[in-house]
Design a protein around this ligand. Structure first.
Ligand SMILES: Nc1ncnc2c1ncn2[C@@H]1O[C@H](COP(=O)(O)OP(=O)(O)OP(=O)(O)O)[C@@H](O)[C@H]1O
Ligand SMILES: [Mg+2]
Length: 412
């Protein structure tokens, strides 16, 4: 075959091997997964696009064709133009309300207007960030396209954040890293290639995203009755959501796995999809926690769980997330707030249900802020200059509000 005259094209054609680089390695098992992914890909096992979800999600396979990892590219986060599923409704009720209008793929997209007029008008320039070749360029766009004050591209970092917080594997968050892929397959690139066909021909495509270990499962928590879940498993998910201030725990974001060797059928619960954890502390209005509707949330915590909650060192967690992922202080504050709620709540005898009811808006009255939102707003009225001042005001207000909440709930 004759070599093309354009040197760059010739070079690209000579070496069309996909490459995969791990930008943020938090565990040894992941290095093995990355190696398996590459082996499988080179063996002809192409990534498979996931049919569910509102973001671009791809399954990578090993040489045998078994799913081994889940890749979520940053430029395909939910409401970005590269997302293959702009028209799909998110499952979380509040996010559903913010569904964006269908994108016309023939025109370069710059602005996406959410249906709710009170939201700031986000703007996206998908070309400016494309291709990315440095991790810190993930933060190039500060547009709030993800909602909840989470900038474009940062859902990816939150997938890693959840994995980092769960180093001990207490919650069972699948191990996750940030990777950079360079390839010549049409991995979610149909929209880009319509506009820039030469891109693929000459240079291939670089994508950055989160790579997570694939967990074999029997579906998600929406597939079976919650009566099959043990109290400990439900509490594990609930405490994780409070630890991370995760606003998007819809039923689909909990995978289930049948437990073997048990006379009674129960399922292990595996938390996934943490792109909406650690939101900006003033934007927690759409928080949805599936477990709030499950009876296990009304049962008191076990001594083991109480010990775990007591041992959470949120300042240490925040330091790690700040130094390793550069998550904003205004977002880290939400994690500090919800962890304080967790710790103070259990001191006052709150069960998971009480904590969730305190933090989430009622689905019957979604326009009224939750008790937690009200305490945050009262604190902000006093204009604290930093975290220290914020929590000096917030903590006593929180405790007072918890006491009122408890007495009004025990009256009813
Ligand atoms: N670690 C994992 N192991 C196995 N399957 C997974 C994993 N992560 C995701 N999946 C599968 O991929 C689907 C989509 O993943 P995920 O929920 O993270 O995407 P999303 O687009 O962010 O979802 P949403 O619709 O909630 O916004 C899940 O419903 C699940 O079936
Ligand atoms: Mg999901």
């Amino acid at each position: 075959m004759r070599s093309p005259r354009t040197p760059r094209l010739a070079k690209a054609r000579q070496n069309r091997t996909p490459s995969l680089e791990q930008l943020h390695l938090d565990s040894e098992p992941l290095a093995k997964i990355v190696a398996n992914v590459m082996k499988g890909w080179l063996d002809g096992q192409l990534p498979e696009s996931c049919k569910e979800g509102t973001n671009g999600v791809y399954f990578f396979k090993d040489t045998e064709g078994h799913k081994t990892a889940v890749f979520k590219p940053i430029d395909e986060e939910g409401q970005r133009p590269m997302s293959p599923r702009m028209s799909r409704s998110p499952r979380t009720p509040r996010l559903n309300r913010l569904r964006v209008s269908e994108i016309d793929t023939n025109k370069p997209q710059e602005t996406i207007i959410p249906q709710k007029p009170s939201r700031p008008k986000p703007s996206i320039d998908c070309i400016r960030e494309f291709p990315l070749d440095q991790l810190n360029l993930i933060k190039a766009s500060k547009s709030d396209v993800n909602g909840h004050g989470i900038p474009a591209g940062e859902a990816t970092m939150r997938e890693v954040a959840a994995s980092l917080i769960d180093q001990e594997n207490f919650y069972g968050v699948p191990k996750t890293a940030i990777i950079k892929i360079h390839h010549w397959e049409t991995l979610g690139m149909k929209r880009a290639l319509l506009k820039f066909p030469k891109l693929l021909e000459f240079e291939g495509i670089t994508k950055i995203g989160s790579l997570q270990e694939f967990i074999e499962n029997d579906g998600s928590s929406e597939d079976v009755s919650p009566s099959f879940f043990s109290v400990d498993e439900v509490h594990k998910i609930g405490v994780l959501d409070l630890h991370l201030m995760n606003v998007d725990r819809n039923e689909g974001n909990i995978l289930i796995k049948k437990r073997k060797d048990e006379t009674k059928c129960t399922y292990e619960l595996i938390p996934i999809d943490h792109g909406f954890c650690i939101p900006k502390y003033t934007q927690i209005d759409g928080t949805y926690w599936a477990w709030l509707n499950w009876p296990q949330s009304k049962i008191p915590f076990s001594p083991r769980m109480l010990k775990h909650i007591d041992e959470i060192d949120v300042d240490h967690d925040a330091l790690i997330l700040k130094s390793q992922l550069g998550i904003d202080n205004d977002c880290l504050r939400s994690m500090k707030i919800s962890t304080l709620l967790l710790k103070k709540g259990i001191q006052h005898g709150f069960v998971l249900y009480d904590l969730g009811s305190f933090a989430c808006r009622s689905l019957d009255d979604f326009d009224t802020p939750s008790a937690l939102e009200k305490v945050i707003a009262q604190t902000d009225e006093k204009k604290p200059a930093n975290d220290e001042e914020f929590f000096a005001i917030f903590e006593p207000l929180l405790v007072a509000s918890l006491l009122v909440f408890k007495s009004s709930n025990s009256d009813s």
